[in-house]
Design a protein. Structure first.
Length: 271
């Protein structure tokens, strides 16, 4: 009998970071329920997700994605070795970048490489409006001084699939089969950890202090607008000797300012 392998593919801004950190920190508890969340192989990013596995399939270097720097064959060998050493019935792989970076070619390659397993796909969707604002906030927090209109032009471009849920889900269904793709609904302000644990790990798994797992919080609209103005001002600053020191100080302080504004706003738009 084939061992089950679950790919939790996102979507982004649907509580993926929180669930991944929970799985890493409760690695032993998952093992008690015969679920392996690989953390030793080169496909695992040191924080908590499997972004390097995604990166090794891409035909180009994605600067927004953590990579191990290794060829796909080596990444797969490392992952397979960790899986083979473990006797768990289920392997759980999680990276929201599967949904945002993979197209038909990459999904097909993934299916071929893991054909020895009973592969299942888990995807979480979120209402478009709150996800759009949450994604925009995170974009500004990362340092891109985009207006909301500019961001919408980018994510709603005809060739972009970020906000086109049906397109993403159908691509995975074509390769793995509709019966093997499970779709869950994200509710703003609610943790996805209990839902994903119950459906992907075990309905009897004890959960404690899950409210502490709320990562990658988004700022409210007020802080986002103020940070956007700061980013655009920094982009206009010349980098001559007279302004370099001020630019560096502002850049260094920016992360703390972002956190402070988010905390003061008291508006958690999602993870």
């Amino acid at each position: 009998m084939k061992r089950k392998l679950i790919f939790h593919i996102g979507l982004e801004k649907t509580g993926t970071d929180s669930f991944q950190r929970f799985c890493k920190e409760h690695h032993g508890l998952l093992k008690e329920h015969s679920v392996l969340y690989p953390t030793k192989s080169s496909n695992f990013f040191k924080n908590y997700n499997h972004a390097p596995l995604v990166a090794c399939y891409l035909p180009h270097h994605d600067f927004g994605l953590r990579s191990s720097g290794q060829a796909k064959t080596l990444v797969l060998q490392s992952l397979t070795a960790e899986i083979d050493e473990d006797r768990s019935d289920t392997i759980l792989i999680s990276a929201e970048h599967f949904s945002s970076r993979f197209g038909d070619m990459e999904i097909g390659q993934l299916a071929c490489d893991f054909a020895d397993y009973d592969c299942r796909i888990a995807v979480v969707v979120r209402d478009h409006v709150s996800r759009l604002y949450s994604a925009y906030s995170q974009t500004v927090l990362s340092g891109r001084g985009m207006t909301l209109d500019e961001f919408c032009d980018e994510v709603f471009h005809p060739h972009a699939s970020y906000m086109r849920y049906a397109k993403t889900i159908l691509a995975w269904e074509r390769v793995f089969g509709r019966k093997n793709v499970s779709v869950f609904c994200y509710l703003p302000g609610k943790s996805m950890i209990p839902v994903l644990c119950e459906n992907l790990i075990s309905s009897t798994m004890p959960l404690s202090a899950i409210e502490s797992y709320w990562d990658n919080r988004s700022a409210g609209r007020g802080p986002t607008e103020r940070l956007c103005q700061m980013d655009r001002a920094m982009a206009r600053m010349p980098m001559g000797s007279s302004s370099s020191a001020g630019w560096l100080v502002l850049r260094y302080a920016r992360g703390g300012i972002a956190k402070a504004l988010t905390w003061l706003d008291g508006n958690v738009a999602g993870a």
